[in-house]
Design a protein around this ligand. Sequence first.
Ligand code: 7RM
Length: 651
Amino acid sequence: MAMEAKVLESLLKEERAFPPPPHFVEKALVKDRSLYEEARADREAFWARQAENIHWFRRWDKVLDDSKAPFYQWFVGGKLNVSYNCIDRHLSTWRRTKAAIIWEGEPGDDRVLTYQDLYREVTKCANMLKELGIKRGDRVTIYLPMIPELPIAMLACARIGAPHSVVFGGFSAEALRDRINDCQAKLVITADGGWRRGNIVPLKKNCDEALAQCPSVEKVVVVRRTGQDVNMTAGRDYWWHELMAKAPIGCPPEEMDAEDMLFILYTSGTTGKPKGVVHTSGGYLVGVSTTHRLIFDIKDDDIYWCTADIGWVTGHSYIVYGPLANGCTTVMYEGSPDWPERDRFWAIVEKYGVTILYTAPTAIRAFMKWGTQWPARRDLSSLRLLGTVGEPINPEAWMWYYKYIGGERCPIVDTWWQTETGMILISPLPGVTTLKPGSATVPFPGVEAAVVNSSGEEVPLGSGGYLVIKSPWPAMLRTIYGDPDRYVQQYWSKFDGMYFTGDGARWDEDGYFWIVGRVDDVINVSGHRLGTMEIESALVDHPAVAEAAVIGKAHEIKGQAISAFVTLKEGIAGTPQLAEELKAHVAKKIGAIARPDDIFFTAELPKTRSGKIMRRLLRDIAEGRVLGDTTTLADPSVVSQIKQQYESQEA
Ligand code: 7RM
């Protein structure tokens, strides 16, 4: 049997291809393959040349030091300050008065900060932090909604050399407590509350609950956002606006080493304990600014909007650090895409004339479910480039995004990367790469990715296996905070000398990468290893289906049977006939081997707060197990509802 030979089979064929449109190529920053060639000829020289775009107080002595691998070091001996690069550098140019951040609150209030405004706010905030006793090296936890004070606080930390740990505002008191304790934060910056679908998220209340068990925290700064009464503990809690009113403008940036820690960002592992992913200063800034500029083709007149929350890595790298280092105008929105109506994103695009939009497949699938009338009521003609990140995008969602949002004129950059990688590693360059819907296409110049079998050997083009990165890249994580063994074990032990991503992928005859999702989610049917993504794509291809999650369920004969959890488009009922029709549809699109054994209709799928489907919990339901960790779910009640429905449909 070909059990071991094939790590992953791939059956779905995607034939559509979209070369860069001539009108786009004409003005693109990158129009030909010379960057790829330059990087292939000498990877380190390529990154060193990109590093010239950053302001260094002292130039590096060595581009890459691999003597302590896998504890790689980049731009060794280089000195810089990330906040100086994101702000001060632009003040001596015309960009001093350019909008740095265009912010919109959920209730409809807005604020525009120029680079000069940002300088004022960030240096005041840095002085406030110093006044509160924060010194270089101290950790600061930031638990804020999507308001300008969030990037201001991050940049102020970077200015004085205090690593920040941003905890997503949707996380609970317990999650916040564990993250504060893991990094032993001295200070927490929070708000009274944040707006979400017209309701107040009680951030200060959660914070008080967490702090009952966080002995390291000495002081708390509270931003007033929602205005309700909150408890203020004397001697510990201070209002942001009161301290800021007293803080002077102007604060010299600390000279940081290229390898000094910039931030910690927690990401959930397979075990309960979150991992504190550590990113440093020099390589990170080179990596995120280069990828941001070239992948999003950033020009000075662009209005760029990444819809992620800054609590995730996408927000760190592609709302804050990458865009501001490039002197770009970055849009920030506080709230939900369906508030007050389902056209909110399109209203924002229209209002500010957004030119580049970067969002997630989960959002696109929600927009598809809501229908085309919402984008149709707004003027989206300012858009010239679209991006996606976070999950594999199924070709139908890609085509919908291309047609109804991009008006068939905007290239789509499908960008593959991770919290750990810090920067995008696999993505098209929109003026060069021919797009194939559903593929993140090819590694960025200076990045070496491959698909390997379980022995670490590259599989032939046209086959699937494990996605690995073969050599270090500048924005890579440096360690897991406080747990270097876990860093080595998790990422560098499965394959000798290569970074293991945990993702499965296939590369096609043209060398394009098709990410199929986490390897833990792969299904094994009679010795055929199938990615869940392809079966889900085939389901979503059916006109009745809005979203699908597919899992393998233990089966005596086949090893695993395929169960599909399906949400339908609005107004469509889940009948037994439709279930049969969907099974037949998958069999026709992919082959009989992929035909689902069971289809369950459900109103919602369990998702993490960043929108990734949690198939592990669906497996627990299908196999009748006690549910595993549900603390990272966006809405924990969804799983118990699915469990009940599942058990009643089973019966
Ligand atoms: C940026 C981010 C990382 C995981 C990663 C993949 C999945 C992300 C894509 C994707 C297919 C993409 N960081 N993933 N981007 N899969 N195509 N373009 O999401 O740490 O939160 O998640 O997300 O499985 O390993 S993350």
